[in-house]
Ligand binder design. Sequence first.
Ligand SMILES: Cc1cc2nc3c(=O)[nH]c(=O)nc-3n(C[C@H](O)[C@H](O)[C@H](O)COP(=O)(O)OP(=O)(O)OC[C@H]3O[C@@H](n4cnc5c(N)ncnc54)[C@H](O)[C@@H]3O)c2cc1C
Ligand code: FES
Length: 280
Amino acid sequence: MKRDDYLPEEAEIIEVIQETGSNLNIKTFHLKLIGDDPVFDFKPGQFLMLTVHGVGEAPFGLASSPSNRDRIVISVKETGKVTAALHELTVGDKVGLRGPYGNSFPVEEHKSQEIIFISGGIGLAPLRSAIDYVLDPDNRGDYGRVQMLQAFRSPEDMLYDYDQPRWEDAENIDIKYTIDKPCEDWEHCVGFPHKLIEDEIDCIIEGAKYYVCGPPIMIKSVINELLEIGIKPKDIITTLEMRMSCGLGKCGKCNIGHRYVCKDGPVFSYQELLDMPEEF
Ligand SMILES: Cc1cc2nc3c(=O)[nH]c(=O)nc-3n(C[C@H](O)[C@H](O)[C@H](O)COP(=O)(O)OP(=O)(O)OC[C@H]3O[C@@H](n4cnc5c(N)ncnc54)[C@H](O)[C@@H]3O)c2cc1C
Ligand code: FES
């Protein structure tokens, strides 16, 4: 059934996970559509528009693998009106959903390549969708080695502690974790991710793709470092977050030059960003 692009459908919250124990309040919501067609098809990197009834609507990246079609997963950081109201909701409460919108991570184009995921904080949420897709036993053989560098402010801010053992046990994978400042009992890296790239990642110059998601400052410093070591702009993939309203390329709220982040993005290669006006 073709979904209505404009009309939110009702979904029920079926699970809520408190992700972070620090003042960065992040929760993961598992949702299920309750209309005639409960299957929500999407691609890694796409986003949805979620309505908290009586409060408002906001865009969130899909954090689940498209191979798992029985639930929709988003991870949400409390920042303002809609996100605070969503954080008040619990299992059994209803929200509105429309989408999926936007383009996707080019995981199909990158078959047979090594993929290196570099995340900062909640930037791991959209990457989770691509990570789970690539590591899915049905797809794993299509990709080369996977490396990850996951950065968090502190150990309490680590996301998806329930996924990490599964990811660590996957075939042909190497995962590094880093926090901003040293801390007792922390056995992994310390420091900002861009400072660790050269030592902690086996940086392949040809035939590897770098997926980078996180706060804008982290994205910029990581991309600068990747360019410095010779990675080509076309091999660096990132996502942009802009204020959005329609999500459909109609309202003009999210444009950069002639491109709409909601429709032409939110996933762009760095080469595409270089071809856009400075605003991003
Ligand atoms: C494609 C896309 C995917 C996203 N995915 C996620 C996700 O997976 N998880 C998540 O937690 N958030 C995600 N966001 C950001 C999320 O949409 C905003 O945090 C949310 O809209 C804030 O709504 P609010 O009503 O709670 O905040 P408001 O009350 O509207 O604003 C609170 C503060 O957040 C800032 N803000 C609001 N919207 C944005 C935005 N789009 N980008 C940057 N700053 C903003 C405001 O300037 C203000 O400082 C995504 C945004 C986009 C465009
Ligand atoms: S949000 Fe309306 S054009 Fe992008």
